[in-house]
Design a protein around this ligand. Structure first.
Ligand code: ADP
Ligand code: MG
Length: 463
């Protein structure tokens, strides 16, 4: 069964209040009862002593007439039954007149005749509670009798019952108030929780960026703020992902469309000469190259995106790596008569994922060659200290205008779309470089001005 939070809190409060009231009620009632009785006892003790003083001269003589008058007189004025005993237990005075002249055995009186003032409460089904009190009567050092008072203390019980009722009312009243307050408290908690639940449901239904409104400054407010931030981030990432898919599809479409046109025109009118065939095949081959480069880059990007733990780090000779890049790009450089020069220490060993770093440097050098005019020079250099490795790729090429520098590492970003499509540029090279360097915990920066060449610097920490 699903019990609402408010009800749960309310019932808990009720239980707490009733338990506390029960325990405290019991203790308090007991204390009040005791203090009422002892107060009553003290009052009666005072009367008993006065009677004892008055009776003292008449007891040795056993003046029953006077003693009886004394008992009646006091009995009437204090409202309780008063008995005056001789030492042998004979009743010499009785305010009720019931036991006059009889010998009675009353335990408290026996004690009083031994010289002790005693009291005792007794319960009788017919009368309720009675308080018995007896004090000795002394003449000089001798005990000559005892005074006994029997007091009806049912009024104390009535007062206690009244207090108990009041306590019960107070407990019930505060329980009701606590219950209502806890419902309110639960609302304070459940309303924002419900808001968050609604927001989470919206998010899971694909409504990225959904924001929880009107949050407080407490823990729930913080939770809502974190939720909003997360929601915004997911929305942003979703946007980037969608854009990426759109761009990738767009880029895939152009070589496919070009291939389709080439093949269709071949089908429509088969080439007449061998040269024409060669020309067509060269075009088709070029488009296929572009397509395969694009697919490879996309695959590589999706692979890099995983996480740092996917890196296979090992100590790598950086100079060796630079030489390998140079060797593999030699044909491209040679075609433009570009000289690649390497300056790097022979014994720089750095923990990196070799294939990945190779890929990054390759992309930079590939760009340097692509965006340089013929007969220029590309400088590949590397330095290292305890903590940091830098690899710089510097060219004397066309350079990049200031306004493009910030966006350079964005996927599919190209400075001059038209021209770079002709050079086969897709715009993924630098974003791949950046992903690889970031995965290594490093940074890549660029320094360039139109006409003055460009320098890209990768810096990697040692770890
Ligand atoms: N060394 C460079 N000199 C001048 N421009 C460059 C250089 N490297 C990159 N760029 C510019 O940055 C853009 C993005 O580079 P990149 O991501 O490698 O894409 P691609 O080379 O496929 O066009 C290039 O299109 C080019 O305009
Ligand atoms: Mg490139």
């Amino acid at each position: 069964m699903r019990i609402k939070l408010g009800t749960k809190i309310g019932l808990t409060y009720l239980l707490i209040i009733f338990t506390v009231m029960l325990v405290f009620g019991y203790l308090i009632m007991h204390d009040i009862d005791q203090s009422f009785i002892s107060e009553r006892k003290n009052v009666l003790l005072g009367y008993a002593n006065i009677i004892a003083e008055r009776a003292a001269p008449y007891l040795p003589r056993q003046d029953a007439a006077y003693l009886n008058y004394l008992a009646e007189d006091f009995g009437e004025s204090i409202g309780h039954r008063v008995l005056i005993f001789a030492t042998d237990g004979t009743v010499l005075g009785d305010s009720s007149g019931l036991n006059q002249g009889q010998v009675l055995t009353v335990p408290v009186v026996a004690s009083a005749l031994q010289g002790e003032s005693v009291s005792q409460t007794n319960y009788y089904p017919d009368f309720g509670r009675l308080l018995y009190l007896a004090v000795p009567v002394a003449a000089g050092k001798q005990i000559v009798g005892a005074i006994f008072i029997s007091a009806d203390i049912n009024d104390i019980d009535r007062r206690l019952a009244q207090t108990r009722n009041r306590l019960f009312l107070a407990a019930t009243g505060s329980a009701v108030v606590a219950f209502l307050l806890s419902l309110l408290l639960a609302r304070i908690i459940t309303v924002p929780v419900a808001r968050l639940t609604r927001a989470a449901t919206k998010m899971s239904a694909g409504d990225y960026g959904y924001q929880v409104k009107g949050s407080s400054r407490d823990e729930l407010g913080q939770l809502a703020a974190s939720f909003n931030e997360m929601s915004k981030k997911i929305q942003q990432e979703d946007k980037v992902r969608r854009q990426f898919i759109a761009d990738a599809s767009h880029e895939l479409r152009s070589p496919v469309a070009a291939l389709k046109v080439l093949v269709e025109s071949l089908l429509l009118k088969p080439p007449e000469s061998k040269e024409e065939t060669l020309e067509f095949l060269t075009d088709i081959n070029g488009q296929l190259d572009r397509l395969s480069k694009l697919v490879n880059d996309l695959l590589l990007l999706s692979k890099i995106e995983k996480n740092e733990s996917s890196l296979k780090k090992e100590p790598v000779s950086i100079k060796q790596l630079l030489i390998e890049v140079k060797e593999n790009l030699k044909p491209l450089a040679a075609a433009k008569q570009i000289e690649i020069t390497i300056t790097a220490g022979d014994n720089i060993l750095w923990p990196v994922d070799r294939d990945m770093l190779y890929r990054a440097v390759y992309n930079l050098v590939d760009n340097a060659i692509k965006y340089s005019s013929a007969k220029s020079e590309v400088l590949l250099s590397s330095t290292a200290n305890e903590e940091n490795l830098t690899i710089s790729v510097k060219d004397q090429g066309i350079g990049i205008a200031q306004e493009h520098l910030a966006k350079l590492f964005t996927r599919f970003y190209r400075v001059d779309k038209a021209r770079e499509r002709a050079t086969g540029g897709i715009g993924l090279g630098l974003s791949i470089v950046q992903e690889i360097v970031n995965l290594h915990g490093g940074r890549v920066s660029v320094n360039s001005a139109p006409g003055c060449g460009t320098e890209f610097v990768i810096s990697l920490p040692y770890n």
